[in-house]
Design a binder for this molecule. Structure first.
Ligand code: AGP
Length: 610
C-alpha cells in the first residue's frame, strides 16, 4: 500500500527520496509526492501516476534541500489526484506530513479544525494530521506530534518536516510500519522508510519503531521517545537482505526472478533443521509439557499465506494427529473462535504486517493461546507481537504475486508439522529422517521443472483466450489449485474458480463448456484415480484440459490438451513442486493478455489496512 521515505543528511534529498520511492513502487500506488525543507520554506511537489512522473517534475528545478519526506499514495479517502496526493501541509505551509494507514476519526477532527478556522484542501483523512500539528506546534515538533497523535484513532505511520528546523524529520507510528536507519558512507545521514527496502542501499541496521514511539531524526543523530516523552534506547536490528535483491538481475520482471529463486528459498529455509532424525526448531519455544498440553492448532493468514495454512493442516493432522483449523484472518478476527491456552496458533504472513493477521494474532493471544508467526520479514509487527517467529529464508520478495515466500512457507510449516508429530510421539526419528530427505529433494525438482517448461506457453495461449478457468484437484492438489487460481486472477485479471474436484458435480460443472478450460492437478496421490474421473466429466462437457501430472503419466496425457509435468515425488511434497507450473502458467497468461505482472491493478504487496 502507501509508502513513506525520508532523508536528512549531507547531500540533496530529492534524488534519495525518488530512489526510495522507486524501491517502494512494488507495493502499489496511484500518486507520489515529496516535501523538501528549507529555512522558512517548504517545497511540495506532487504528481499522479508513476514516480517517474514526479521525478520528471523535480528535474525541472535545482533542489538544494538536504532534508525531505516522500510518499506513494494508494487511494483510500478521496480519488487519486494531485490535491489528494501526499505530502499535505498545514494552513500556512509551515509543516508538511506524509501518512500511511487510515485515520478513522478524521471526519470529527476535520469538523473541529474547520470550526477553529483551519482550511482544508483535500478529501483525504490524512490532512487532519497536518492541521493538528499546526494546532499544537509551539516550536517543538516532537511535542506537537505527541499531542496530535493522542487525538488520532486508526492506523498510522507519519513523517513530518517543519520550516523552523529544516534539517529535522519527526516520525511516529501505530499499526503501520516505520523503519529508521543511519549511514556514514558517502551519503551520510538519517533515513526513514515504511519498508526496509527503501534503506537497504545505505544500511542494513535499522530501528523498527514501536507503536507510540516518536523519533527525531537529524543528519547526525536519531532520538527515540516513548509516549510520555521520555527518551528510550532504541533496539537496532540487523537485516540480512541484499540491496541487489531489489534489482531485476536480468529477468524481465520480479515475479519470474522470484520464481527462479524458489529452489534457493526452500533450501535456505530447511537447511540444518533435522539432525539424526530430530527436528530442531529452536524458535518454537515450548517445552515438552507445553507441547503435551496442545490439543488443537489454529492457523491464520490471508491470501497466499492462508493457502500455505491449508497445506499445513493436511500435514499437522496427517502426521501429528492434532485437530487443526485454518481460517482467513479477516474472518477469524470478528468471530469468537474456539481458541484456548491449549491451542497452538500459527500466524502466517510473508510481510509480517498484514492488518487482518495482526488483529487475529492479538485476539488469539488475548484468549491465552501461544502464537507463533511464520514470516519472511525480520522485525515485522506480527513477529514482535507473537510469542515466537519462524523466519522463512525467501529473502526480499518484491512481486505483488507471492511465489517464493509461499514455497518457503510450506517448507517451514512441514518442519513444524514434523516437529509436533515427533513431540507427540506420532513419528519416529526414522520417519522424520525420511520425510526430511523427501523435502530436501524438492529444490532440485523445482529446478527440473524450471528447466523443462514445454507446453506451458501453449496452455497459457488457450487460457488467455477464455473468459474463465476452473481449477480442480483433491487433497493437497485442491489447495494448490486455490493458489494457482489466485495467481491467475491477481496478475491476468481473468476469472478463475478453484474447487475440490469431487465438488464439481455438485454445482460448478454447470459452468463448464468449450470456453471454460479446466486446470486439473492430477499428480501421484491416493486420490489420483478419482480426480481423473472428474477430469473425464469435464471433458464430457467440452472443456479443454490443462493438467499438472507426474512425469511419464500417459493416462493423463491421453485426455489432456496440455500436460505440465513435475518430477515424481511424495504427494505432500507436490504442494511445493506442483505450484511452480501453475505460477508460470499464470505469468504467461498475464503476459499474453498484456498485463504488467509486477504491478497488478488495485493490489498492494502488503495490506496494512483492514
Ligand atoms: C499473494 O500473491 C497476494 N499478494 C496476497 O494474497 C497475500 O498473500 C496476502 O495479502 C497476505 O500477505 P502476507 O503474507 O504478507 O500477510
Amino acid at each position: 500500500m502507501c509508502g513513506i521515505v525520508g532523508f536528512t543528511g549531507n547531500v540533496p534529498a530529492d534524488k534519495i527520496l525518488i530512489d526510495g520511492l522507486k524501491k517502494l513502487e512494488y507495493r502499489g500506488y496511484d500518486s507520489a509526492g515529496v516535501a523538501l525543507a528549507y529555512p522558512g520554506r517548504l517545497d511540495v511537489i506532487r504528481r499522479t501516476g508513476k514516480v517517474a512522473v514526479l521525478e520528471e517534475a523535480l528535474s525541472n528545478d535545482e533542489h538544494a534541500s538536504c532534508c525531505g519526506i516522500g510518499h506513494t499514495r494508494w487511494a483510500t479517502h478521496g480519488r487519486p489526484s494531485e490535491t489528494n496526493a501526499h505530502p499535505h501541509i498545514d494552513c500556512h505551509g509551515n509543516i508538511a506530513i506524509v501518512h500511511n494507514g487510515i485515520i478513522e476519526n478524521f471526519v470529527a477532527l476535520r469538523d473541529e479544525l474547520i470550526a477553529e478556522g483551519h482550511t482544508f484542501r483535500s478529501q483525504t483523512d490524512t490532512e487532519v494530521v497536518a492541521h493538528l500539528l499546526e494546532r499544537y506546534y509551539e516550536g517543538d515538533l516532537v511535542a506537537a506530534m505527541r499531542k496530535a497523535t493522542q487525538q488520532l484513532q486508526g492506523a498510522y505511520g507519519i513523517a513530518a518536516v517543519c520550516v523552523d528546523a529544516p534539517d529535522q524529520i519527526v516520525v511516529t507510528r501505530k499499526d503501520s510500519p516505520i523503519v529508521i536507519g543511519m549511514s556514514d558512507g558517502d551519503v551520510k545521514g538519517s533515513f526513514i522508510g515504511s519498508d526496509m527496502i527503501a534503506l537497504l542501499e545505505y544500511t542494513r541496521d535499522a530501528i523498527f519503531l514501536d507503536d507510540g514511539q516518536i523519533a527525531l531524526l537529524r543528519p547526525n543523530s536519531i532520538e527515540v521517545f516513548d509516549r510520555s516523552g521520555k527518551t528510550v534506547e532504541p533496539t537496532w536490528t540487523h537485516v540480512d537482505w541484499d540491496a541487489e535483491n531489489a534489482e531485476h538481475a536480468g529477468y524481465p520482471d520480479f515475479m519470474l526472478k522470484e520464481i527462479y529463486e524458489q529452489p534457493r528459498a526452500v533450501r535456505d529455509t530447511i537447511a540444518g533443521c533435522v539432525k539424526n532424525g530430530e527436528v530442531i526448531l529452536d524458535e518454537l519455544t515450548l517445552d515438552d509439557e507445553d507441547i503435551a498440553a496442545i490439543d488443537s492448532v489454529y492457523i491464520i493468514g490471508c491470501g497466499t499465506s492462508y493457502h500455505a495454512g491449508l497445506v499445513a493442516r493436511e500435514l499437522i493432522e496427517g502426521w501429528a494427529r492434532i485437530p487443526t483449523t485454518v481460517d482467513v484472518a479477516s474472518e477469524f478476527r470478528y468471530r469468537n473462535p474456539i481458541v484456548t491456552p491449549s491451542t497452538l496458533v500459527i500466524a502466517i504472513s510473508q510481510s509480517g504486517e498484514t492488518a487482518d493477521t495482526l488483529a487475529a494474532v492479538r485476539l488469539a493471544r488475548s484468549k491465552g493461546a501461544k502464537v507463533f508467526a511464520v514470516t519472511n520479514v525480520v522485525g515485522s509487527r506480527i513477529t514482535r507481537e507473537s510469542d515466537g517467529a519462524f523466519y522463512v529464508k525467501a529473502n526480499m520478495e518484491i512481486s505483488v504475486a507471492a511465489t517464493k515466500s509461499f514455497l518457503a512457507q510450506i517448507a517451514c510449516l512441514s518442519l513444524i508439522a514434523m516437529f509436533l508429530a515427533q513431540k507427540k510421539h506420532r513419528l519416529t526419528s526414522n520417519q522424520v529422517a525420511s520425510l526430511y530427505s523427501d523435502l530436501c529433494e524438492t529444490p532440485s525438482q523445482i529446478e527440473a521443472i524450471l528447466e523443462n517448461q514445454n507446453e506451458i506457453e501453449e496452455a497459457a495461449e488457450l487460457i488467455s483466450k477464455a473468459h474463465s478457468a476452473m481449477y480442480v484437484g483433491r487433497g493437497i492438489g485442491a489447495t494448490i489449485c486455490k493458489e494457482g487460481a489466485l495467481k491467475l486472477k491477481e496478475i491476468s485479471y481473468l476469472h478463475a474458480e478453484a474447487y475440490a474436484a469431487g465438488e464439481l458435480k455438485h454445482g460448478p460443472i454447470a459452468l463448464l463448456d468449450e470456453n471454460v478450460p479446466v486446470v486439473a492437478v492430477v499428480t501421484d496421490s491416493p486420490t489420483r484415480m478419482q480426480t481423473l474421473s472428474n477430469v473425464q466429466e469435464a471433458l464430457a462437457r467440452g472443456s479443454h484440459i490443462v493438467a499438472v501430472a507426474t512425469e511419464g503419466d500417459t493416462e493423463v496425457s491421453e485426455i489432456a490438451d496440455y500436460v505440465l509435468y513435475i518430477p515424481r515425488t511424495r504427494d505432500w511434497c507436490s504442494a511445493i513442486t506442483a505450484s511452480v507450473p501453475l505460477q508460470l502458467l499464470a505469468r504467461h497468461v498475464a503476459l499474453k493478455r498484456g498485463c504488467d505482472v509486477d504491478h497488478p491493478r488495485n493490489l498492494a504487496k502488503s495490506v496494512t489496512v483492514e
